[in-house]
Write a new protein. Structure first.
Length: 395
């Protein structure tokens, strides 16, 4: 008799991970001296952890102290430092007791979803969206409710969209800056959505992992400053350039503190001890981190100028994060095949839009610009040559 396979095993793939694998294989197969693969698919900084963070970890390991379990919500000193961050950056009073250190943002989402929602609950989110939102919800028996968004709302949901929902969902995931479009909600619109959620009894989950990676077009807003019932998710992976350290955090409303703590105790025990030590030190590495942002800012500006001349002239505004969401409907109606050809023929890895929008993503792709600056400058030239366009120099 065949053995049962759980419904959680049916979660769809996160396609960008498949693109990463394909790009790795392509790079390994290149002959010596051949032009390398330009990596514009991956959403992780090209820089490593800030020096001060790495040195703090080295000191802790060299001291010989055991790196054992911490409290489920993390080291008290790190939780206090995160709380201080909210006061310094946003002027928001966040008690240390409401901060939970997690195994990256990826570990924070299932804790938040399990504590806030029940199987069968609908949770709304803008489309395009970060795929694991929907995939984690589905694996947990919850229902993603997609709100198709477009350039007219800057790829973000509106109160009018939410008002039109019937029945209303149990929750809303909001991301500002968002992945894949990199757009942000102006503070008044963000606050209006948060207030609507409170009135409607809908739990707001605010994904803020790209905070810090913004370019001055729209101010950052944290849900911790505008809603007492919202859940905030953040991470050291993006602004702090610590993806592989697997360290993130939650800011929780009072009613979910103990439920999330119990879940964390059972599911994860605690985030890695040494990563917590490094993360606390990363807050004091502002100069190095801001230098990283300056690199992204230059790459962003160069691509926004050069990509249209290379044939990619329908781009998202890119207020934050390090992504450009490109409408390539004039070039293809199959973004998966288009990205495969781009990798094979132009040596550029990008992510097909179907990863982020299953209905409309066949005509979109996502470019990431957090790789080496030289690669970001080279990409439009290669794309122009591939598409037979005059390119940046000939425009």
């Amino acid at each position: 008799m065949p053995l049962k396979v759980g419904r959680g095993a049916e979660a769809p793939p996160f396609l960008v991970m498949d693109v990463i694998s394909a790009a790795n294989r392509r790079a390994a197969a290149l002959p010596p001296g051949a032009p390398g693969i330009l990596r514009m698919e991956v959403g992780q900084p090209g820089t490593g952890a800030p020096r001060g963070a790495a040195e703090a970890a080295i000191r802790a390991l060299s001291a010989g102290a055991p790196m054992g379990y911490t409290e489920a919500f993390g080291r008290p000193s790190l939780r206090a430092r995160i709380a201080r961050h909210y006061a310094e950056r946003y002027g928001a009073a966040v008690p240390e007791a409401r901060v939970a250190v997690t195994v990256g943002a990826s570990g924070a989402f299932p804790l938040a979803f399990l504590a806030a929602f029940d199987p069968g609950d609908a949770v709304a989110m803008a489309a395009p969206f970060y795929p694991p939102y929907a995939n984690i919800l589905t694996a947990l028996g919850m229902r993603p409710l997609l709100l198709p968004c477009g350039p007219e709302t800057r790829w973000q949901p509106t109160v009018a969209m939410l008002e039109a929902l019937d029945p209303r969902p149990a929750g809303l995931i909001l991301a500002s800056p968002c992945n894949p479009a990199g757009t942000m909600l102006p503070p008044a619109e963000f606050a209006a959505i948060a207030a609507w959620c409170e009135r409607a009894g809908i739990r707001l989950v605010s994904d803020e992992i790209y905070h810090g990676l913004t370019y001055g077009t729209v101010p950052e807003t944290t849900a911790a400053a505008v809603s007492a019932s919202a859940i905030v998710v953040n991470s050291f992976s993006k602004y702090f350039s610590m993806t592989g350290w697997r360290i993130g955090w939650l800011v929780l409303p009072e009613d979910l503190v103990r439920p999330v703590e119990c879940l964390a105790q059972n599911l994860f025990i605690s985030a890695p001890h040494v990563a917590q030590v490094a993360a606390e030190a990363a807050f004091d590495c502002g100069e190095e981190l801001e230098a990283n942002i300056a690199r992204y800012r230059r790459a962003r500006a160069g691509l926004l100028q050069a990509l249209p001349r290379a044939g990619f002239d329908r781009l998202s505004p890119a207020d934050g994060a390090f992504y450009l969401w490109a409408d390539v409907g004039h070039l293809t109606n199959d973004s998966v095949a288009f990205c495969q050809r781009m990798l094979a023929e132009a040596g550029i890895a990008a992510t097909p839009g179907v990863d982020f929008d299953r209905e409309r993503g066949h005509r979109f792709l996502r470019f990431s610009y957090c790789g080496p600056e030289a690669d970001m400058a080279e990409a439009p030239r290669r794309l122009a040559a591939w598409l037979g366009r005059p390119g940046p120099e000939g425009a």
